[in-house]
Structure formats: C-alpha cells, structure tokens
Design a binder for this molecule. Structure first.
Ligand code: GCB
Length: 686
C-alpha cells in the first residue's frame, strides 16, 4: 500500500517535470515516466516519503564576489534604496517548483494565458534599507526567505566599471541581476560587492535578491542569540561606478611612534601598475606612490598631525588619486597601545567611560541603518558623559562608525562569534575570518575603532581556543593597528562571591554567628580564561546584582539553608563594594557588561527587580565596586536601550524585550541613566 502511494507521487512528479521542463535542469537529467522495477521500488531513497514533491535544482552562482572596496560613500554611486516589492517564501520553494519555471530570481512576468506561480505585487513593498520585521506586522516573528525586487535605469558610460554594493542584509543573500544569479553572500552584518559590468543592460535593469534570515548551526552567528534576528536588506544598496582601474582599498594610519603617516594603497584593474598619489593638503603631503603589477604600494611619510581623541576629534581631508580615479574622506590620526594594565591613547592612559548598544534605532522600531539613527545614539553617549561605545554583538552599519569618528567616541567593534558556535568546524572559521576581513576593509581608516573584538561569552574549550587563536592571528595579519579583545563570560570566577554571600547569610541567620563579628576579607574574582593570553585587552561580562542571586539562593537551599532570592540580592548589593576583580594576565581589563532589567515607569523598593529603582541601585553598587578594582580601564554597561529579544518570555514585564536598557524602547530614560551619567561626569572631571 505504502509503495503504491509513493509510486503515484513519483509518477505525477515525473509527468509534471516532463510537461514543464523541470525548471532549468538539463534534459538528460529529466526523469522518464517508467514504472519503477521491484528493485528500484525497494531502493532506500524511495522509502522516504518526506521528500518534497519538487526537489531542489542545482543553482550555479555565475561570479565569485569581487574583492571589497573601501569608502563606498566617497564614490560616485546610484542609490538603489527605496521601496522594493517582495514575496514571502516561507517554504523556500522559490527556486524549485516547475510552475515557477527558472525560479523567482529569473524574474519572469507571465504573458496573458500563461501559468506562472509567482508575481511581485507593486502595491506590496518593503523599504530598503530596513528590516522586514518592523515594517510588516505579519512578518514580525518571521524567519525565513523573502524575495526582494527593484528596477533601475542605468547607462554604463564607456570605459567605466560598475559594482553592486550591499551594506549588509541578514543572513544569506542570492543576488540576481536581469535574471542571472551573479552573487551569493552569507553573513548579516558585513558588506559585499560584485562586479556587474558585464551583466548590466543599457536602460532598464531588474534586480532580485533572495534573502534568507535563517542561519545554519555552522554559521556565524547561529540562530540562538539574545537578540531578534531582524531579516531583510537592512543596509544601503548602491550601484557604484568607477574607472576601469580604480583605488579599491587603502590604509592610512599614524605610525605607532606618532611621527609618520603610513599604510598602503591597492589599485584594481588592467592598469594597476600605473601608480597613485596620496594627498593630505593640510599636512603638506603630496606623495607619489609606485604600485607594483598587482596594484599595491606601501608608504611612510614623516608627519606630526594634530592627534584625534575624544574631545578633539581632528580629522584631515585625505585623498588618493590614480589615473582618472580620485577617492577621499576625512581621516583622524591617533595611536593606541597597551602598557601593562594601561590602555594608552596617544601615549596617555585613558579610562573608557562607555555603554554597550545593539544596532537598534532609538528613533523608530527596528534596526538602525542611517545617519540620523547614528546621531541619536551618539547624542545619548554624550548625555551620559561617555567617551566610548561597545557596538555589540556584530558589526554595526557604517554610518554608526563614521558618526563616532566624527564625534570623537572610541569604539569596540565585534564579530558575532556569540556563545557556543561550531568551533571545531573549518567552514565556520573560514566564515568568521571572511566576515572579519569585510569589516576591517570597511572600517580600517576610522580612528574611532580601537578594539577588534573576537567573540562574546564563549566556552573555555580547546576547540574554542584553537578557533579564536586562529581568528586573532587572521585579524592581526589584516590590521595590526588596533588592539584585540573579547568579552569573557562572567560565571567563572564567581564561586568565591557565592561562598561569601552564603556565609554572610548563614551568619546573619545565626547558623554560624561568630562570623558576623569579624570584618570579612574582600573577595577577589580572578579571571584566568586562557583566552586572556590571546587578546591584548580583556573584556569581562559580570552580572553581580542580577544573574547571580537565583543560583546562590538555590545552592544555599540545596544545603538546607532557607533563604529566598530577595535576601541574597539585598546582601549582594550591600556587599559588592567589598569585592575586587582582577586577572592573572598583566593586561588591561574592561568590564564589557554589567546591568539589570527594569521596565521603564515601574517603581519599587530596593529589591523589587524589574523596577527602575532596583536597576539604579545595581548601577550604584556596581560603580562603587568597580572603582575599587585597580585593574579596570573601562566599562560598557549593558545596555543603552531596551532591545528586542525572543529569549525574553516574561510577557507582562519583558514582552520579548531585553529590559536592561538605560532608556526604554521608545527612548524614555530610566533612573539608572542619571546614575551612570553623574558617575561619568565626575570621572571625566578628575
Ligand atoms: C550577556 C550577553 C548579552 C545578553 C546579556 C543579558 O552576557 O553578552 O548578549 O543580552 O548578557 O541581558 O543577559
């Protein structure tokens, strides 16, 4: 009975395939309508009745991605931003069914009387850049495939090349230009570009992008993150026009001794050996550069520019010319290094008064993508009297990095190597390396970027160590002018804190009464994760006052001591100033996260968690504690704004928002905002 059903299905599939040509499979592969023999009916693959009716076609990408160009905003470009039409393809059949002919990417329009099972509706649009979740309520929770489509008029001038540039889109993208699959990219937060010179039509061009917001367990990141996996073409799409030989990339940095501008230029095109000129008029620099046959030239020009720093973010107009091409932008010059536990900015120790942020707008729901979003975030950092921003947990858009550069805000930027990814998988490592290269190519000339962060809260396994060591080596080879860091997970090293609180509570309850009479010794949390050897600066996420309490209370109850969590919290806040935090490495330490959740507007007593009061009290206790830990060179509490997080299931309070923001989802300030801003004002005045 079972076999009969299968055979029928197969037969119908074959007939359909024959009638419509089975998409774009070569005819030789087309199945024939022959009843299977007994042997083939028993073949293992035919017993699998979960096989989809229409199998996937083999899809060939016509081009490798072109090497990424830097400073895309400094080039002549046609913006393809705007309203794109879209099709939601939940079952991911847009490539497969014969009734779609070659698939949605081929972007066909049915003639009258023709059956074609897809068509874009011009009335249904999504804004690009932008995530789909915040634009169409029915897509709020949607994770999967959406096909985007736009059209543009363009005439490529003689002697020019054109590149399609995507600032970013989450997660996997297949790009079809005029019906041809010309590019494929994986990764939600870094740019890519494709040389489309040969694929453009004079006049009208059709662009379709298949965006799949789902990532695989071997991807970077995976699906399991404490943030909403916003899908879509979340950043700008540009058609960039350049001469046949053009300045593709360059690195222009201050030498570590602060006595020269040094770096390199990379030309791309048939005349890559033609040389270039570096110009920084205000410094009197006009330096001819000899490029080799591969288009590369290194340079070092003595100079003593005014230095870029928070409070005086001086930048110089830098340009590079080669043949017909000229590209330029403002660049700041500063040095960054470590000496023992100090971070030295321009040779002077600096303390980082920071805050962490996700790439969520404080002006509108959803992902931040434009200069206004960036300015609003920088505005809040300034109100906090901060000088530093942690861009968590993935590369943010380029406007954000440029706004920080202009405003004089130091940056930590990071790769979405988050929690436990496939550390033993070579493809995963290759993916992380590629994403890192894309980010570095985009941001290497921003003085604001002082840290490349490798990862956030990863398990201390050997596979993790190997992975992050290899990633660190890759990052240093690509750019050795920044410090490497990573945020370590703060549960390790906390046993002493748990024991201390437990003992104090036991003493309070007169179980071991004599302890209360003596002054307790301060507890030192010592960080010894081997990743500390790899990085230049150690980041540490610690949640005293928030996450530790339930664990300590449970451990005490297991030992027969009746305590409730509120008591543990109270004791924790009261004791925190007795704690110290240090590392076993002679390196600077940054508290990359601490925080507590609060629903804006909710008030309550000292241990009323979720209240603004409790959050403010955690901040006050943390700041007192961290002040006393001598190794600490900066902090970036978690987090600037409440952010969307499907992890957060406490519906009346969290409602799928992580509530640790200093401002609410609509930008209303909570009490803790004031606590931090006063603390930073006082610190800045020292
Ligand atoms: C962390 C993670 C961050 C979370 C945060 C939290 O340690 O690094 O991604 O969102 O804690 O709120 O739990």
């Amino acid at each position: 009975m079972h076999a009969v059903t299968l055979n029928r299905v197969r037969l119908v599939a074959m007939l359909v395939a024959l009638t419509w040509g089975w998409g774009c499979r070569p005819p030789a592969e087309a199945p024939t309508a022959v009843e299977p023999t007994e042997t083939s009916a028993a073949a293992p693959e035919e017993e699998d009745d979960s096989t989809p009716f229409f199998g996937p076609r083999e899809i060939v990408v016509l081009e490798e991605l072109a090497p990424l160009m830097t400073n895309v905003f400094g080039r002549k470009a046609l913006s393809l931003d705007g309203d794109w039409t879209y099709i939601v393809d939940q079952l991911q059949i847009g490539d497969a069914s014969p009734l779609l002919r070659g698939g949605v990417g081929e972007d066909e329009v049915a003639k009258p009387g023709e059956l074609l099972e897809y068509a874009f509706d011009p009335a249904r649009t999504l804004r690009v850049p932008g995530d789909w979740n915040s634009q169409d309520p029915s897509l709020f929770w949607y994770r999967g495939v959406v096909w985007y489509r736009t059209e543009f008029e363009y005439q490529l001038p003689e002697g020019k090349r054109a590149f399609l540039y995507f600032g970013g889109g989450n997660f996997a993208k297949d790009v079809y230009l005029n019906g041809k699959l010309i590019a494929r990219h994986r990764g939600g937060f870094t740019p890519f570009n494709s040389d489309v010179t040969e694929y453009l039509e004079p006049g009208l061009n059709r662009l379709v992008v298949k965006v799949n917001s789902l990532s695989e367990p071997t991807d970077v990141p995976t699906e399991y993150n404490d943030w909403l996996n916003y899908g879509g073409l979340t950043r700008e799409v540009l058609l960039v026009e350049v001469p046949r030989t053009f300045v593709r990339e360059y690195s222009v940095q201050l030498s570590p001794e602060r006595d020269a501008i040094e770096g390199w230029v990379q030309l791309d095109g048939p005349d890559a050996g033609q040389g270039a000129t570096l110009r920084i008029e205000e410094l009197g620099i006009e330096e001819p550069l000899d490029t080799d046959d591969d288009g590369r030239a290194n340079f070092r020009v003595p100079a003593r520019p005014e230095l870029w720093a928070p409070g005086s973010p001086t930048r110089y107009a830098v340009s590079i010319e080669s043949g017909e091409d000229r590209v330029g932008e403002p660049i700041g010059f500063r040095s960054i290094e470590t000496r023992g536990e100090d971070i030295l900015l321009n040779g002077e120790p600096v303390f980082l008064r920071g805050i962490s942020t996700h790439e969520e707008s404080v002006l509108h729901p959803g992902r931040a993508y434009g200069p206004e979003d960036a300015a609003a975030i920088i505005g809040l950092v300034e109100e906090l009297n901060g000088n530093y921003l942690r861009l968590a947990h993935y590369p943010h858009n380029e406007h954000m990095v440029r706004a920080a550069d202009e405003a004089g805000v130091l940056l930590w930027v990071e790769m979405p190597v988050y929690h436990n990814i496939s550390f033993s998988n070579e493809d995963t490592l290759a993916q992380a390396k590629r994403q890192y290269s894309e980010m570095i190519t985009r941001d290497r000339n921003r003085a604001a970027v002082i840290f490349w962060s490798l990862a956030n809260e990863t398990p201390g396994t050997r596979a993790r160590n190997r992975f992050l060591d290899a990633l660190a080596a890759h990052v240093r080879a690509e750019d050795d002018t920044r410090l490497i860091t990573a945020a370590l997970i703060g549960f390790e090293g906390m046993e002493e804190v748990g024991k201390y609180i437990g003992t104090q509570l036991a003493a309070e309850k007169s179980i071991i009464a004599d302890l209360l009479t003596s002054d307790p010794d301060p507890v030192t949390i010592v960080i010894d994760d081997p990743l500390g050897e790899t990085v230049d600066v150690i980041g540490y996420n610690e949640y005293l006052g928030w996450y530790m309490a339930p664990f300590i209370a449970a451990a005490m109850r297991e030992q027969g001591l009746e305590v409730d969590e509120a008591e543990v919290r109270e004791r924790m806040l009261a004791s925190m100033s007795l704690f110290r935090i240090a590392t076993k490495f002679d390196k600077p330490l940054i508290i990359s996260e601490f925080g507590a959740g609060a629903r804006q507007g909710r008030r309550g007593g000292a241990v009323a968690i979720w209240s603004e009061d409790y959050q403010a009290r955690v901040y006050a206790s943390q700041l007192e504690f961290l002040e006393k830990s001598e190794s600490i060179r900066g902090i970036s509490p978690w987090i600037l704004k409440d952010f969307r997080a499907p992890y957060r299931l406490n519906v009346p309070v969290q409602d799928y928002w992580n509530r640790k923001g200093l401002v609410s989802e609509t930008g209303k300030k909570k009490l803790a905002f004031g606590v931090l801003s006063e603390h930073y004002a006082e610190r800045a005045a020292r």
